[in-house]
Ligand binder design. Structure first.
Ligand SMILES: *Cc1c(COP(=O)(O)O)cnc(C)c1O
Length: 389
């Protein structure tokens, strides 16, 4: 059996009959940038994300960059980010010649540690960027309380977590000053190329972000501030409008797949449980824990990634590859270990949780179209690995 980490062709096959005519319409209209499809998407997503302003942009990375620009982040300003995330979260800070300040992860969720944020705040801290990693919310109550105490704006990196709810039901991305989302094809809502979204409930920031998307221009050829070309293509808007009505069902299917993995791992005695942090004598697999599940909200987790922890991670990955199963490492090198940040002289021992995650985490296939038989096969192969090694 073949089990890829992700197979986008399956999803495309179900929507092809709608997507292809839409593409031909756009071709005929020759409206290539923004236009009615993008406007419709913005209205849909403002509603879905519980935000007054939703501005469709060129990528998730650009959404983060625009958020920092809208908050007037200057060279030398400090911006607190997790050390354990996709590179964009820290890269955008460095691109503005501001200083990314890395904070370790919380052990269970691998989201940024609120206590770590508290310790990292200085008089130069101008923004905090928590990431809602893998599809569940960071600890927003604690983070927002610390930010409010010091009057520091929060930019939520919700690239992996569109539609995710915090334990009180609020949507992530609507709670901080600005929310940033990505429609990179591997995200739960994926475009036909690069695309992203930036949201806010603040009218001043909303107006500024909308102008910033098009070089800060208003009216035409008059520039009050410097923005960029951060516009979304019409084609991306069209594809996302067709995919959006299926998003909640895809989230649900990913949750079902994750639940099936968890029950099979337990049934086979392959794991000591969800959210367990230390390997036992038999080096059994450690399972992820959806920490907000008990709160009863629907989208407590959308499993953009299903992450297990394994003592012999690299060997397991190789073994699965031989069995035609796709498994990936997100992320092998935390920011504090990246060559481009060597000048920041971070102390490796300050990041024990991220370092351990980098050495042990493995993403298993969890995409919505995965079959029950495929999941059973993946768990059986992991069982073979555990018993044979
Ligand atoms: C995907 C991702 C981004 C960047 O989004 P792009 O659309 O690829 O630019 C930023 N942050 C996180 C956490 C991501 O997963």
């Amino acid at each position: 059996m073949n089990v890829p980490l992700l197979d986008l062709k399956l999803q495309y096959a179900t929507l092809q009959s709608e997507i292809e005519p839409m593409m031909l319409n756009i071709a005929a209209s020759q409206v290539m940038i923004l236009g009615p499809e993008v406007k419709k998407l913005e209205e849909t997503l403002a509603d879905y994300c519980d935000c007054r302003h939703a501005i469709a942009v060129s990528s998730g990375t650009d959404a983060l960059l625009m958020a920092l620009m809208a908050l007037d982040i200057q060279p030398g300003d400090e911006v607190i980010v997790p050390t354990y995330s996709f590179f964009a979260t820290a890269g955008v800070v460095a691109r503005l010649n501001a200083v990314p300040i890395f904070v370790d992860a919380e052990p269970i969720t691998l989201n940024i540690s609120p206590e770590g944020i508290r310790k990292a705040i200085t008089s130069r801290t101008k923004a905090i960027i928590p990431v809602h990693l893998y599809g569940q919310s960071a600890n927003l109550d604690a983070i927002m309380a610390i930010a409010a105490e010091h009057n520091i704006p929060v930019i939520e990196d919700a690239a992996q977590s569109i539609g995710v709810q915090y334990s009180d039901g609020r949507k992530v991305g609507s709670i901080g000053a600005i929310g940033c989302y990505s429609f990179y094809p591997t995200k739960n809502l994926g475009a036909f190329g690069d695309a992203g979204l930036v949201t806010t409930n603040d009218d001043t920031l909303g107006t500024k972000l909308r102008l910033m998307r098009d070089h800060g221009m208003n009216p035409r050829y008059y520039h009050k501030f410097v923005g960029g070309n951060f516009r979304m293509d019409a084609l991306q808007g069209g594809v996302l409008n067709i995919k959006f009505p299926h998003l909640e069902q895809w989230h649900e299917q990913r949750r079902k797949n994750a639940e099936l993995y968890i029950s099979l791992f337990k049934e086979h005695g392959l794991s000591s449980g969800e959210g367990v942090l230390e390997f036992d004598a038999e080096n059994r697999v450690l399972l992820p824990k959806a920490v907000y599940k008990e709160s009863g909200v629907k989208n407590y987790h959308i499993y953009n990634q299903f992450i297990i922890r394994v003592e012999k991670r690299d060997e397991l990955r190789e073994f699965l590859k031989e069995k035609n199963i796709g498994a990936e490492i997100y992320y092998p090198i935390p920011f504090h270990r990246q060559e481009c940040f060597a000048h920041l002289q971070c102390r490796d021992e300050d990041y024990p949780v991220a370092n351990k995650a980098a050495a042990t985490t493995l993403a298993l296939p969890v995409f919505p179209e995965l079959t029950k038989e495929q999941i059973i096969y993946v768990v059986e192969m992991i069982k073979e690995f555990v018993h044979g090694s």
